[in-house]
Design a protein around this ligand. Structure first.
Ligand SMILES: Nc1nc2c(c(=O)[nH]1)N[C@@H](CN(C=O)c1ccc(C(=O)N[C@@H](CCC(=O)O)C(=O)O)cc1)CN2
Ligand code: MG
Length: 297
């Protein structure tokens, strides 16, 4: 029985981070300054605290300036919008990221819409959403862009392949579908109301799972030889009492004998998110200073 190749997202991300660091060194040489990334965290969500810490560390390791703003959970929307406007106006800031989710009193859409589209390294601002849909230059959300990089590295040309994206979030599902379309895939977006999901998934050469439900996509749904990108990060009880472990949206063990290749969870798609964030920040700095974006990013 054949077994799927494991797509090494962590390894690919490390390579991308090294290329970004080289690009940053060249940028500093040319402009006399380092690219700056401002990260805003509101509240004390433990997972968000870890992600923000990791982003700050990775930014500094790439030779860029990390500017962290940590605001209390009860911060008002007006105060957060005022900070975003300050960062928009600050010439040393090339990228702005507001960590999601935000506390309930803050309207996420209002915050995202206030970020200068040309500093929106998350690619969530509606201007960048429109640019992606129209095939214009802009910023593309980090997780789906990371998925496309892994797919192209694995499969080369994606033209004509059947791709199914399970999940329709603004952060992953919708931009993922746009990116696959740009690569000339035939794209289906499936979601919680989709009828006969196993049959839809079963015709896909590429399956991107981004539903946030542990092991929802079963091995026997997959077309033999499919390439599976698992974006899910679900914490579930481990065998050992009191312990937890991470699983994806795909039943990994069941997929192994069917798929040609699959991303693991952890160390698959996850590490790509931060690597692409660094890449987008360097791209932003280059565009703002009107210097060429390094090749191979
Ligand atoms: N403003 C944003 N908010 C959020 C984003 C985002 O891209 N922009 N994405 C997620 C969280 N996220 C980064 O912010 C993120 C999630 C997961 C990982 C990652 O490396 N995961 C590891 C496992 C981590 C663990 O042990 O828990 C993996 O999959 O290997 C990085 C970044 C929501 N918010
Ligand atoms: Mg909210």
């Amino acid at each position: 029985m054949s077994t799927a190749a494991i797509i090494d997202g962590a390894g690919f991300a490390a390579g991308l981070r090294a290329r970004v660091a080289e690009g940053v060194a060249a940028f500093r040489e040319r402009t006399g300054r380092a690219p700056g990334l401002a990260v805003v965290l509101v509240g004390e969500d433990p997972a968000s605290q870890v992600y923000v810490r990791n982003k700050g560390r990775a930014t500094a390791e790439a030779g860029m300036v990390s500017i962290e703003h940590k605001l209390p959970a009860e911060t008002s929307q007006a105060d957060l919008l005022a900070l975003v406007r300050e960062l928009n106006a600050d010439p040393s800031v090339d990228g702005i990221l507001v960590q999601l989710p935000l506390p309930a009193q803050i309207n996420e859409n209002a915050v995202i819409a206030t970020i200068d589209p040309d500093k929106d390294v998350d690619g969530f601002n509606p201007v960048n959403v429109g640019r992606l849909a129209s095939g214009l230059h802009g910023f593309v959300p980090c997780t789906p862009l990371g998925c496309i990089m892994l797919l192209k590295d694995r499969l080369g040309d994606l033209s004509g392949l059947d791709a199914v994206v399970v999940g329709r979030s603004n952060i992953v599902g919708k931009p993922m579908a746009q990116l696959l379309l740009k690569e000339n895939c035939t794209v289906t977006i499936a979601h919680s109301r989709t009828r006969d999901l196993p049959a839809i998934v079963g015709r896909a050469d590429i399956v991107v799972a981004a539903v946030g439900r542990p092991r929802m996509i079963r091995g026997d749904w997959l077309k033999p030889g499919a390439t599976v990108i698992d974006v899910g990060i679900n914490r579930v009880p481990a065998d050992e009492p009191g312990k937890t472990r991470l699983v994806g949206d795909v039943a990994f063990d069941e997929a192994l004998p069917v798929a040609a290749a699959i991303t693991p969870v952890p160390k698959g798609v996850g590490p790509m998110t931060i690597a692409v964030l660094l890449r987008n920040t360097l791209v932003s700095a280059c565009r703002r200073e009107r210097v060429p974006v390094p090749e191979g990013l």
